[in-house]
Ligand binder design. Structure first.
Ligand code: EPZ
Length: 453
């Protein structure tokens, strides 16, 4: 499926009938939005249900197309999925083999299929992964995942259509040390180790809040998982896991995105369901940039207090650092700040492609291959354009934009909100992969827009 087809599918699958919107910018956004469960937890929690012998229940599930993709895949394997409001019930009592063509047909452009491997090897003794999609923000290899699975005893065969795996002797606990604290590879270890025979020790683990929430789910299912302070996770495999009942952690990426939109447009939003501990690093940067926030029991209010925004120097990093998924909408707000800001991207090597459109709209942004941060990262001296210098304040003007990826696309949308005049945003369905009820939320916030087509 190409980007255009996927955008249309994404849009259609979450009730967005349009693939393009026309936005008339220059107005602050104001309003109250509800934050549902995190895309990057909910989809993994759905996969975890495959490990249970009894049904699972997941609450606060957002209406996003990634959830639909994972639901389709689970159904291919015989899981009975029922959605009632924002509660998903997943019954894996009759998990069965699936054919390559049905798996390919349902995988869409998600990266989640790789995480089915451990649970399927436990349940069926085999697993197939189609060619993986996901946002084009770097090479996004799966070498850590394959190495992890081989360590547990999986036999991996690469075919033109995808990767076949078997575990003729079952999966056994092992010692693994990740070269980089990868979120996906850590989840791969967790979803495989919980039912592998014996103990597993993972060093160099990612410890993002979404991973901690996945651990909470697995513990509810009966897993034995210990998280040490030095990125070491120890898992004692068990023979049987039950279903879980869980309310998903809120989507802190969505919250940071709308908070930046309020900052960039001079607006004021209350994000119901957002909570402070998972956003501490973001809140520090928001304050340094001149944004105001107020933490309430039921959410966080973010607003622009008037006057100039201030430039900041930010390096993206694994948790507890500043998330790579937060930098794109922040960059738009920094284009409005008075002075020179620097953003050093250290998680993905190719995540500044979205700035081309911002430059077209009048932003002054230069991208460099050097590490312009306080430490040299993996991408220095390797010709990766991974540091941005942003000079402001500038007035952006409307433009015709085609959304390249999820977070980049949202930042284009924020730029269109701040711009003078009209912008046309195409491929807008990609945004629906991770932003629930996107058009409805735009209406709530008073955005002046129409849907095209
Ligand atoms: C998850 O991607 C998120 N996706 C990403 O969200 C997020 O940006 C990222 O974690 C970092 O927080 C989902 O949860 C579905 P990684 P993941 O493995 O797990 C390299 C969004 O917009 N690497 O932590 O794929 C990789 O290339 C997105 O919501 C390898 O080299 O990220 C990257 O440089 C996009 N080999 C780094 O590690 C591997 O086998 C971190 O990637 C795996 C990863």
């Amino acid at each position: 499926m190409n980007t255009q087809e996927f955008a249309t599918l994404s849009a259609a699958s979450v009730g967005m009938t349009a693939d393009a919107i026309r936005v008339r910018g220059g107005k602050p956004i104001h309003g109250r939005l509800q934050m549902k469960g995190a895309k990057n937890l909910v989809t993994k929690a759905m996969v975890a249900s495959l490990l249970g012998h009894t049904p699972s229940e997941l609450r606060s599930v957002p209406e996003i197309s990634d959830v639909k993709v994972v639901r389709g895949l689970l159904e291919v394997y015989g899981v009975v999925v029922d959605l009632d409001g924002d509660t998903l019930r997943l019954d894996p009592s009759n998990v069965e083999r699936a054919h390559e063509t049905s798996i390919n047909a349902h995988a869409g452009s998600s990266r989640i299929p790789i995480l089915f491997c451990g649970p399927l090897l436990h349940r069926l003794g085999e697993a197939f992964i189609p060619d993986l999609g996901g946002c084009r923000i770097g090479d996004r290899p799966i070498d850590f995942h394959l190495e992890v699975l081989r360590n547990f005893g999986a036999q991996v065969e690469k075919l033109p259509s995808g990767i076949w795996m078997t575990a003729p002797n079952g999966l056994r606990g092992t010692k693994i040390s990740l070269p980089y604290p990868s979120v996906g590879a850590t989840e791969q270890v967790l979803l495989t180790a919980v039912m592998a025979k014996g103990k597993t020790e993972l060093k160099g683990a990612a410890v993002e809040p979404e991973i901690m929430d996945l651990i909470a789910i697995l513990q509810k299912m009966g897993a034995v998982i210990q998280v040490d302070t030095d990125r070491t996770i120890r898992i004692q495999g068990v023979e049987r896991l039950e279903g879980y009942s869980h309310r998903a952690l809120f989507d802190r990426n969505e919250a940071a995105s709308w908070a930046c939109a309020a900052l960039a447009t001079g607006g004021d939003v209350f994000l119901e369901g957002a909570s402070q501990p998972e956003m501490t690093t973001f809140l520090n940067v928001y304050r340094k940039a001149g944004g105001k926030f107020e933490v309430h029991d039921d959410g966080i209010r973010f607003w622009h207090p008037g006057g100039d925004l201030k430039p900041v120097v930010v390096e993206t990093d694994v948790h507890p650092g500043f998330m790579t998924d937060w930098q794109q909408p922040l960059v738009v707000a920094l284009a409005k700040a008075n002075g020179i800001s620097i953003v050093h991207e250290t998680v993905y090597e190719q995540r500044f492609g979205f700035t081309d459109a911002l430059v077209k709209m009048g932003a002054y942004i230069q991208i460099h291959t050097e590490c312009l941060g306080s430490h040299a990262c993996r991408f220095g001296q390797r010709n990766y354009e991974h540091s941005a210098v942003i000079a402001g304040p500038v007035d952006l003007h409307g433009a015709d934009i085609t959304v390249p990826d999820l977070r980049g696309g949202f930042s284009h949308f924020v730029a269109a909100l701040t711009a003078d005049g009209e912008s046309t945003i195409k491929n807008v369905g990609i945004i629906a992969r991770g932003y629930e009820r996107f058009l409805e939320k735009m209406q709530t916030l008073g955005v002046d827009f129409d849907v095209i087509g």
